[in-house]
Design a protein around this ligand. Structure first.
Ligand code: G3P
Length: 224
């Protein structure tokens, strides 16, 4: 399973990168807004994406803000020209599906975002998206079951051998990661806080404290 970090904050990307478990980055307009606010300055979108691409060898999703075919194509081409590892994030709307197909014919990879139904995901795969991003947490937010959506997408893609990678998005906690992994999602994108929570276990902390305490006692006994 590939791990992507869901942020545009360079410090967070650096920290996750240093853990050695990072395979890519996903950004969106809201995450760009947060990154600029934290940095306390305006950020040039293309320059910022270039900086992220230079920090992470894997795929970096950068989202278009146009919602018409020509606009998505123009923005998509410009984003793809930044670095080879840019993946153009395109919303799951009619002109978005058309653009995903046209971008694929130009050799430009896309991440189809804002997916909330398996039939949307089927369209994205047929159009040639490199990734499909079902938003698990936001489905849970409306008292539905995000994991059912993920399971149905994976099942449909396996039925027909689609190569579109399933990218579990809007992940809020470690159980989302565990369940996505059990279902076989190709990628999970998550905030830094969730990546860190994956390693925490109280028995690890208790066990380590006992080992270190016993080691101190052992050394004192040796010295005596
Ligand atoms: O990857 C999509 C993600 O940024 C959305 O997450 O928590 O805003 O639903 P959230």
């Amino acid at each position: 399973m590939k791990f992507f970090i869901d942020t545009a904050d360079l410090d967070e990307i650096q920290e996750a990168s240093e853990m050695g478990v990072l395979n890519g980055v996903t950004t969106n307009p809201s995450l760009m807004k947060i990154a600029a606010e934290r940095a306390g300055q305006s950020l040039d979108f293309h320059e910022h994406i270039a900086r992220i691409c230079d920090m992470v060898p894997g795929d970096v999703s950068a989202e278009v803000t146009a919602v018409d075919f020509d606009g998505i194509m123009a923005q998509g081409r410009a984003l793809a020209a930044i670095r080879d590892n840019v993946v153009v994030k395109v919303p799951l709307i009619l002109d978005g599906i058309k653009a995903i197909n046209a971008l694929a014919q130009e050799g430009i990879r896309s991440n189809c975002t804002l997916c909330f139904s398996p039939t949307q995901a089927l369209l994205a795969a047929k159009a040639g998206a490199a990734y499909i991003s079902p938003f698990l947490g936001r489905v849970d937010d409306i008292s539905s079951e995000g994991m059912n959506l993920l399971q149905e997408i994976i099942h449909i893609y396996e039925n027909y051998g689609y190569t579109t990678e399933v990218l579990a998005a809007s992940i809020r906690h470690p159980m989302h990661v565990l369940q996505s992994a059990l279902l076989g999602a190709h990628v999970a994108t998550m905030p830094l806080g969730v990546i860190k929570k994956l390693l925490k276990h109280p028995l690890t902390d208790i066990g380590l404290a006992k080992f270190l305490g016993d080691w101190d006692t052992f050394k004192q006994n040796q010295a005596g």
